[in-house]
Design a protein around this ligand. Structure first.
Ligand SMILES: [Zn+2]
Length: 328
């Protein structure tokens, strides 16, 4: 009876009816947003902070590590780890907390520098001293250490890897979310533009070409579901764009890579570091030593490639690392 009266009164009063109708729609939309869209699209994958301040903890923490050691640590990797540990509750984050991951990213080595000095009587004496040298750990070593110290569980390694695939743009210290990994693999359309900033490496192609079509990291084939590590990043380039050596080094290969790389140049650098340039159209120099910024090849579309691009890879002691950490 009461219900009937209510309906009748609403029909009498169309304004009230409209109001209730709109509220019902809003509640339904909120419900869908909270319980369906939010958990799968937002929380599950993206290590996003809710404010610039939350990003700043990681940008500044990484900066602090670099100031101290001279080694560029990718702030996004630290944030991805914290996203897993804090379950995205970045209110518990701080610069000190971001900085505290330093030993997991940086290995310290104390070396002795042998030296002989002469005193004012012309006598020689041993004046050797010790010095601390810093090395960037491969990221899988970082993750394994976090597991060993029980900061994360072994099955959370994949969670962290999923989060570092997202491209986040930083312009003048301001963060902008650009996009996620390319679903169809090697070539695909633009994921994001960014400006290479103060890096420790030269950009491997012409400076204005910064469209990353597929970032470094794990990606899942959309149909087979097979997870595969993309051992470098893809930069979308027109055919025959100049390709430059990222650092001083020695060319160890300039030829065909039969496992999909096509025409490939490999350069060996100091400290076990190697850079790789794939899918090239032609070679400019095929052996000997090269300087950072030296023209080595022209980009192309050879090997396992579905569109012109440069695959640029960086490896340290045979372990692939994200090249992007050297550019932002
Ligand atoms: Zn690639």
């Amino acid at each position: 009876m009461l219900k009937l009266k209510l309906i009748l009164s609403m029909l009498d009063n169309p304004e009230k009816f409209l109001k209730i109708f709109l509220i019902a729609i809003a509640v339904l939309a909120l419900f869908i947003n909270l319980f369906i869209v939010t958990p799968t699209m937002f929380w599950k994958h993206v290590p996003m902070g809710k404010s610039q301040a939350e990003y700043d903890y990681y940008l500044k923490g990484a900066e602090q590590i670099q100031e101290e050691t001279g080694i560029a640590v990718n702030w996004q990797y630290i944030m991805a780890i914290d996203a897993v540990i804090l379950d995205h509750n970045f209110r518990k984050a701080s610069q000190e907390r971001a900085y505290s991951y330093k030993p997991y990213f940086i290995r310290e080595e104390i070396i002795t520098v042998e030296k002989t000095c002469t005193n004012d009587k012309g006598e020689e004496y041993d004046c050797s001293y010790t010095e601390t040298v810093y090395h960037l750990r491969p990221f899988d070593e970082t993750l394994q250490m976090l597991v060993d110290d029980r900061h994360i569980k072994p099955d959370q390694i994949q969670d962290v890897m999923d989060k570092v695939q997202y491209v986040i743009e930083v312009t003048d210290g301001k963060v902008k979310f650009v996009g996620g990994p390319d679903e169809d693999g090697e070539s695909g359309d633009g994921i994001g533009e960014f400006q290479p900033v103060t890096g420790t490496m030269g950009w491997p192609t012409e400076n204005h070409i910064t469209r990353i079509t597929s970032p470094f990291g794990w990606r899942t084939h959309p149909i087979t579901g097979v997870k595969k590590l993309h051992r470098g990043m893809d930069i979308g380039t027109p055919m025959n764009t100049n390709v430059y050596a990222a650092l001083d080094g020695e060319i160890t290969k300039a030829g065909w890579d039969s496992s999909g790389g096509g025409n490939t140049v490999i350069i060996r650098h100091a400290d076990g570091m190697v850079t790789k340039y794939m899918h090239l159209n032609s070679f400019v120099i095929r052996s000997g030593s090269v300087k950072a910024g030296q023209l080595i090849a022209k980009s192309g579309n050879t090997g396992g490639s579905t569109g012109p691009h440069l695959h640029f890879g960086v490896e340290i002691n045979g372990e692939p690392v994200d090249p992007m950490m050297y550019y932002r």
